[in-house]
Structures are given as C-alpha cells and as structure tokens.
Design a protein around this ligand. Sequence first.
Ligand code: HEM
Length: 456
Amino acid sequence: MDPKVFFSLLLLIPFFCLYFKRIFSKNPPLPPGPFAWPIVGNFFQMGRQLHYILANLARIHGPLMSLRFGKQITIIASSPDAAREVLKTHDRDLSGRYIANAVPLINPKLNFAFGASPECNDYWRGLRVICKSDLFSAKVLESQNHIRENKVSELVGFLGSKEGEVVNLGETVYVTFTNILSNAIFSVDFFDFLGKGIGKDLRKLIVEIVELGMIPDLSDFYPILTGLDFQGQRDFLDALIKEGFTNDQISQLILDLLIAGTDSSSMVTEWAMAELMRNQDVLHKLRDELKREIGKEMVKESHLAHLPYLEACVKETLRLYPPGPLLLPRRALQTCQVMGYTIPKDSKILVNMWAIGRDPSIFNDPLRFKPERFLDSSLDFKGTNFAYTPFGAGRRVCPGQPLATKQVPLILASLVHSFDWFLSGGMKSTELDMNDHFAITLKKKQPLQLIPKGRK
Ligand code: HEM
C-alpha cells in the first residue's frame, strides 16, 4: 500500500473509534462542543481570557458544552438552567473540586484542604460546620463588628494621610480585608499599609499561588501562624482544636480562607470604585443616600440595612465582575446525565457566571453599570436564582458570603462618604481602562490609581 494512504488511514483510526463508540454506546453523548483534535483536544482554541472565549463558544455550541484537553473533559454551563442543573439538581454528583496538578493548594504532607478539598469528605464537612457556626454566623459577625469598624477607621485615617497623593486602591483595601480576617481569628494585624508586620510575606505567597500558579514553599508560612500561639479571639480556634485539627491543619485552613476571602473582596471594591468613577451620576446618587442616612458620621455597620442603593451598587459590581467568573472549578464524583448528555466521572465542571451576568436575554442593557436594576429585584446572594450566583450555590457555596456582604459595602460606603476621588495624571473618567485579567480571579488589568481628598 502507498505509505501516504497508509498513514492517512492511521490518522483516521481515532475518528472511527470515536464514531463507533458514540454509535454503540448506551449512554447519551457528551454535551456538544467545538471539534477536538486528537491528543491536544481544544487546547489551541483556549487562551488567557477564558471567560470571554468560553462565552463565545457557548453562543455556537449551547448552554451545556464540552471541551477536551488530552484525556481531560471539561464541561461548561453558561445559562441559568444549565447552572441550576450543575449547582442544584446534580450538586451531590458534581460537588468535587477540580485542582490542576500544578496548583499545590493541598499540602501533600497533610492531605488536607478546605476550598481545595477534592471531595466533600469528613474533614471538609467538619470545617464547613465550624466556619458556619464559629466564624461566619450572624451572632459571631455581630459580636465582631467593632473589629471591622476599627479596621475601616484605620483605612480612612491612612487615606486621609495620603491626601493629594496617588494610592493603589486595590492594594490598600487588601490590607484592611486581610487584617479584618486576621483580627477575627487571632486578634492581630498581619501587616500595615506599608506592608510591614508578621504576615509581610503572605501577599507574595498568595500572589504566587493565585496569579502565577507557582508552587510556593508553604513551610515558611506555617511558623508565622503557629508562632502566634493562637492568642486573642479564641472561639473559632478553640472549636477547631476541640474537633482535633492539628496546628498545621489549622494553618492550612487559614491560608485557604485568606486566599479565598481577601483578594475577592478587594477586587470587588476596586471594580466598584472604577465604575463609580466612570458613572458620576451613580456616584452622586450613592453619596446622596449616604448623606441622607448617615449625615456627617463615619459609616457603621448598623447603617447598612438602610442603604439600599449601596447594596444595589455592590450587587451590580458582582454581576459584571464576579471575582470567580467561572466560579471555582468542580469535579464530577461519578458519571451522571445532565440535560440529556453524559458527564463522565472526573470531568472538570465550570459555570460561566460572568457570561450569565452579561447575557442580554437575562439583563437588559447588560454592559451598563446600572445599580437601579437591583432596587426592585428579588435577586440576592443566597444562590437560589441561577441567573445571579456570584457566591456559587449548593454544597460548595462560598461560606464567607455573610462576612463579604458586610465588609465590602462597609468599605465602599466609607471610601465614598469620606473622600472625593480623582484619577491620577489628570486622566478623564472616560479614559479609565476597564480591561480585566483572569487568573483564577478577575482582576482589573490596570490597577486603579486614585487620589483621595477628604470631604468636609
Ligand atoms: C465578594 C467576595 C467573595 C466572593 C464573590 C466569593 C465567591 C466564591 C465562589 C464563587 C466560590 C465557589 C462556590 C462554588 O463552588 O459554588 C467560593 C468559595 C469559597 N469561598 Fe468565597 N467569595 C468571597 C469572599 C469570601 C470570603 C470573605 C471568604 C472567607 C474569609 C471566602 C471563603 C471561601 C471558601 C473557603 C470557599 C471554598 C468553599 C468550599 O469549597 O467548600 N470567600 N467563594
């Protein structure tokens, strides 16, 4: 046989195998998706801005789509119905966490993790219960509101000292979000606004994990925490110790909480401020509400319940810029059938919440920052309406949501109420770069640089 014909036939074998497998398989097919090349699959169709690419592909292939990367199958849900199937109807089967081999969120020595726990095992269950009752319950959060208000007043003090100077807004509020969490657990600040303090290396460590996907040396981190001897606030730590968690496991848990909770909250605040700078009419409405309800006082948590426009601004920011645009990747614990398609065991599952939030068939004029759309809307953060679940839903729903939805509005309101803000270098608000950069979380590509001026 002519070698050319022979090699062409050889190349066709995988296609024939796939064809016959599909014809004779008893299972329904995989969800539709773009053509996958042998071995590399859809690798060359992907890129860094995965949320955009997946949204465009879903327009062609539908709300439940599959991609292949080598042997790995990835399923993407891109509509409220598909999200409901993944996060509610098949929540149990799809409640594993998919962790890429390169990202070492699970310490191999401990074989222990929380957000990165590969399945909902006893460790994970124990941690969820303790977090819910001893860190994020309404009672605990209420008893710690002085911590958040103190940290926010330090933030306002620091920004006051920077009047007329350019500040990197995201990095500045990041310090406050970190110290809120470190004080809630240990009664200590991890670092100050100059980056000095016991947790000074923490930022570098988290950037390595979250943005660069690098394998950091966690052994530097554990002594920082264990060295603290768990002083101060004891309830959360006592509950963990009582349940038999070791110091190393507790350190790993704190690292998980810091990774999941601090960047996400600072990003939302940064995006919200960027949108307020671009939409001065919204900024003025928000200011009017704050002035009406609070007068010249500092913003307190007790004010938040009376600030519906502030809440709408936060919700609108989370619609356009969910820090987890694809939520956190899940993993199929077993093969199951969803919307008439087969999802094989160990598939990676993504929910494109970013695409759902920008879908014109769900949200009118979706690219406009229009908080008013949330004023008379029943959409909330509970994860029951699948057109809007920035905190996820089901078993793996964000446990930090009760804290996040207190601290983000508190800080945003304080920034708006206490300062006038100007863009650096005389930039006009229409020139503000709103491009994003997606690396696990959705960052602003150009950090927001603003100049504060205290309001009288
Ligand atoms: C605006 C802020 C935040 C947003 C938008 C957010 C969003 C999310 C999302 C989408 C998930 C994945 C849910 C799923 O798989 O269905 C998640 C998981 C998680 N979040 Fe948050 N989060 C925020 C703040 C926080 C805070 C403040 C903490 C804690 C201090 C936190 C701790 C966690 C943890 C531990 C997980 C993993 C839960 C698990 O796998 O069981 N998050 N978050």
